[in-house]
Design a protein around this ligand. Structure first.
Ligand code: 4NP
Length: 149
């Protein structure tokens, strides 16, 4: 069993989509997927309604998810930790206890664009990078991730 954790800031927009998409692609495989946020603003909350809506367009239901905060025990409970952007990445590494913890952390878009260190843009405040764009980026990354297992 490989255990994968998707991490963003609020755990209501990007990482719930990443969790839902990867789960949909790995449901017959020995892969466990969860998500968390580095921030504590939305603990216990549903995914953002715009994430629920775009996922539903692709027949993925993410309404069973509730936001939780990333914590140091996640380094013990997961094999790979995917950060959605460089800010999340730095915040996760700041909590890491040792090099084994650090080795688990990756930027998710490096699966699609190796070594480019690109961010999945934070769609929360709106703007030109909307939820549809985020969805497509995560779909591409999760397709590559799912094919590894
Ligand atoms: P997420 O988006 O990190 O993709 O879940 C955000 C959600 C909430 C906030 C920021 C980003 N916030 O500041 O409350």
């Amino acid at each position: 069993m490989i255990r994968i954790l998707m991490v963003c800031l609020g755990n209501i927009c990007r990482s719930p989509l990443a969790e839902g998409i990867l789960k949909s692609k790995t449901f017959l495989k020995k892969v466990e997927v969860d998500s968390a946020g580095t921030g504590d603003y939305h603990i216990g909350g549903l995914p953002d309604k715009r994430s629920i809506s775009i996922a539903k367009e692709y027949n993925i239901d993410i309404t069973d998810q509730r936001a939780r905060q990333f914590s140091v025990v996640d380094f013990d409970n997961f094999d790979i930790i995917y950060a959605m952007d460089t800010s999340n990445y730095k915040n996760i590494l700041r909590i890491a206890r040792n090099t084994d913890d650090k080795k688990k952390v990756r930027l998710i878009l490096n699966e699609v664009f190796p070594d480019e260190n690109l961010d999945v843009p934070d769609p929360y405040a709106g703007g030109k990078h909307g939820f549809a764009t985020v969805y497509i980026m995560l779909e591409q990354a999760c397709e590559i991730i799912a094919n590894k297992f």
